[in-house]
Design a protein around this ligand. Structure first.
Ligand SMILES: O=C(O)c1ccc[n+]([C@@H]2O[C@H](COP(=O)([O-])O)[C@@H](O)[C@H]2O)c1
Ligand SMILES: Cc1cc2nc[nH]c2cc1C
Length: 344
């Protein structure tokens, strides 16, 4: 990917003005909890005390994984393209939630093992027909990885709004994400590998054994970009690049579940200030997600036991972001409403 530099959002004087604006609202200080942090973050990202949400979008990136050949998922690989068809037909959970919450949805073929042909509503950025099986070869070449990241970055440049959520669809991508997590964080493999789309415990143990062999096969992959090409998916690489592109444009980034957060693990190693732009929509039920979030110092907004992907958590968190920005812009102050302030 071409060089990029993300600026930290810190600005002491704006932060002080935002804190004063938040504290002057007619409420006990701090009583809007996480919404206050969110309002402050939105203001710092947009460099204003009156942040706004304009044309929020969710981008769902789909890709297939060579490691699926090892039966690490309870579902066949064909579900990836079938779910893409479902997205295009407006029938998936993310279609419902995006509609409900006034959010545009874009579907990107990052590397599905299926020929869709030219299709209305499907953005074709196919890097290949699925990645290589990381048990035997790198998931992708450095050239494919860079092309995927650049494509993600450029897709975001074309968006009209200032809020973006990221989702994914890819059978076996929890195996890719678990390998990336283990290698980049050093967290024990058993804490990184979970049920994915619904394996029983015996299946999870088997999956862990396969990922462990893959990790040994690529023992030399240690730098973030090496780890991404050894184990990652085309959708994971494209999301990593798109996140960097979104932060370059100072957009608010909604982070979904386990796989999307693994893309952030990679991208934030390259540009740590990227984390300033991220809103962590939820903590997934996938085993490693809570630890992944803790590793990033992230506090998720929701804990709903979701483990779907598709960007579903982003759509569900969008109303909370609206409420945070809404209270900052619309609530009365102690002064304007004639309400008495604290005694001290
Ligand atoms: O977002 C999550 O936290 C999440 C957790 C578990 C599974 N998924 C979804 O399930 C698929 C991957 O599961 P698997 O078992 O095939 O690796 C993929 O399409 C993801 O969108 C998503
Ligand atoms: C049916 C199905 C839908 C999904 N959506 C995201 N990941 C998924 C995995 C499966 C198996």
């Amino acid at each position: 990917m071409q060089p990029c530099e993300i600026q930290a959002i810190h600005d002491a004087s704006l932060a002080a003005r935002l804190d004063a604006a938040i504290d002057n609202k007619t409420k006990p200080r701090g009583s809007l909890g996480a919404l206050e942090k969110l309002a402050r973050q939105a203001g710092l990202i947009q460099r204003t005390v009156t942040p706004s949400i304009e044309r929020p979008a969710i981008m769902v990136f789909a890709g297939d994984h060579g490691i699926a050949a090892e039966n690490v998922s309870p579902y066949p690989q064909s579900v990836t393209w079938q779910m893409v068809e479902n997205f295009l037909a407006q029938g998936a959970a993310i279609n419902v939630f995006a509609r409900q919450h006034g959010c545009e949805l874009q579907v990107v073929d990052a590397g599905v093992n299926h020929d869709f042909g030219p299709r209305d509503g499907l953005i074709d950025r196919k890097i290949g027909r699925g990645t290589g099986n990381f048990l035997h070869e790198p998931a992708m070449s450095a050239e494919q990885r860079d092309r995927a990241m650049q494509a993600g970055r450029e897709l975001v440049r074309g968006l009209p709004g200032n809020v973006i959520g990221f989702g994914e669809m890819g059978i076996a991508n929890t195996s890719a994400a678990a390998a990336v997590m283990h290698r980049l964080t050093g967290i024990a493999l058993e804490d990184c590998v979970g049920a994915g789309a619904g394996l029983e415990e015996a299946g999870v143990l088997r999956k862990r054994g396969i990922i462990s062999r893959g990790l040994q096969r690529h023992a030399d992959a240690v730098e973030p970009l090496q780890v991404l090409s050894a184990f990652g998916g085309f959708e994971i690489a494209m999301i990593a690049g798109a996140m960097l592109g979104a932060a370059e444009r100072r957009m608010i980034i909604l982070v979904d579940g386990f796989i999307v957060t693994s893309a952030l693990l990679v991208a934030s190693r390259l540009q740590p200030a990227l984390l300033d732009y991220c809103v962590f929509s939820h903590c997934s039920d996938e085993r490693g997600h809570a630890l992944m979030l803790r590793h990033l110092g992230a506090e998720p907004l929701l804990r709903l036991g979701l483990r779907l992907g598709e960007g579903s958590g982003c759509a569900l968190a969008l109303p909370l972001l609206r409420s945070a920005i809404g209270f900052l812009n619309e609530m009365a102050t102690f002064d304007s409403a004639g309400v008495s302030e604290r005694n001290d």
